[in-house]
Design a binder for this molecule. Structure first.
Ligand code: FES
Length: 102
């Protein structure tokens, strides 16, 4: 478990609710969608697009900016059923901070 920040306000989310952080040598996107937090690899499993430059659709999927593939942030699956899996991580928002389960 790695502490990301003391509070959500410390995380530098962009207008899409995505923040790029480096944790344990990995580039990871932290996503805020309403009151929920998610985390995933910043590299798209399709052709290495930069997911930190993507967006979150109305269903809560992260959308890659390169070919617009969508991935479920809970399980990493491509929403269209293609065999691409995005590495996802669990995020815990606790009284003493925001933590990534890694
Ligand atoms: S590189 Fe992300 S959809 Fe193709």
């Amino acid at each position: 478990m790695i502490k990301i920040a003391n509070s959500p306000e410390e995380i530098n989310f962009n207008g899409e609710g995505i923040a790029l952080v480096t944790l344990a040598g990995k580039q990871i996107c932290i996503i805020r969608n309403g009151d929920n937090y998610y985390a995933c690899s910043a590299t798209c499993p399709h052709a290495s697009g930069d997911l930190a430059k993507g967006y979150i659709d109305v269903l809560g999927n992260i959308v890659c900016p390169v070919h617009q593939y969508k991935f479920n942030l809970k399980n990493g699956r491509h929403t269209g059923g293609e065999p691409y899996f995005l590495k996802t991580y669990q995020v815990q928002n606790q009284k003493d901070g925001i933590f990534l389960i890694i």
